[in-house]
Write a protein that binds this ligand. Structure first.
Ligand code: NI
Ligand code: MN
Length: 231
């Protein structure tokens, strides 16, 4: 399996010639090196409804004739943008054919800000995904605070790579992300959701050094970086 990090929380998985992208936020991220029109995928997965996770979802889904996988309410909202959807909810798994995606809890909000109507649209609740393919397990934590059921997820799953937010301000910060990394027991931890905007500036290399001091492998990925993993 090949994993491409596109910056912020945007993570693409490529397996057996098929691909999915989680939380595509490219056109709004000055650090991204990939354009939405260059993304080729069979599915788009969304953890929650905030702009920095869904901004390029509809254009990518339409261009690729790919479904958007999201919680029930966000899927309804995305269907109004004219895309195919696979609505799901926490605890459930959907089979995409080339990969399976389970929706797992996160503690965060998920509203859609409609500036024109000065309305906030309910976007369901926030989540993360466990994606399985080729016998490998990849966790995308989504945006979240620290919560103790991360330990349960770590006990139930054999996670090969975990993408964990460290930005603070809108999610947990590096110190709590260290605790999360211990609880998830992932073989490799990649920090995400930092440095995109001023309030979430963090030193990812320092975070990885602290991980390694605790015996956990970590890797800083820059936008566009690729990672190959296998059994
Ligand atoms: Ni968010
Ligand atoms: Mn976010």
């Amino acid at each position: 399996m090949q994993i491409v990090y596109h910056g912020h929380s945007a993570v693409q998985l490529i397996t057996s010639g098929k691909s999915l992208i989680i939380d595509p936020f490219l056109s709004g991220n000055e650090h991204a090196v990939t354009k939405p029109e260059d993304v080729q995928v069979q599915a788009v997965l969304l953890t929650h409804a905030h702009q920095d996770h869904i901004l390029d979802a509809a254009p990518i889904a339409k261009a690729n004739d790919a479904p958007v996988v999201a919680n029930f309410e966000l899927a309804a909202y995305m269907s109004w943008q004219g895309v195919q959807t696979i609505p799901m909810n926490l605890g459930g798994t959907v089979d995409l054919g080339f990969a399976q995606a389970k929706m797992v809890p996160a503690i965060h909000t998920s509203g859609i800000i409609d500036n024109d109507n000065q309305t906030i649209i309910y976007g369901g609740i926030a989540a993360g995904y466990i994606v399985r393919a080729e016998g490998l397990t990849v966790l995308h934590v989504g945006d979240t605070a620290l919560f103790s059921d991360m330990k349960l997820i770590g006990e139930q799953e054999n996670i090969d790579v975990a993408f964990i937010p460290i930005g603070d301000h809108f999610t947990m910060g590096p110190d709590e992300a260290l605790q999360a990394a211990e609880w998830y027991r992932a073989k490799l931890v990649v920090p995400v959701h930092y440095n995109t905007f001023q309030p979430i500036r963090q030193d990812a290399e320092a975070f990885v050094q602290k991980l390694e001091a605790r015996g956990i492998a970590g890797k800083v990925m820059a936008p566009g970086d690729k990672l190959d993993i296998s059994k």
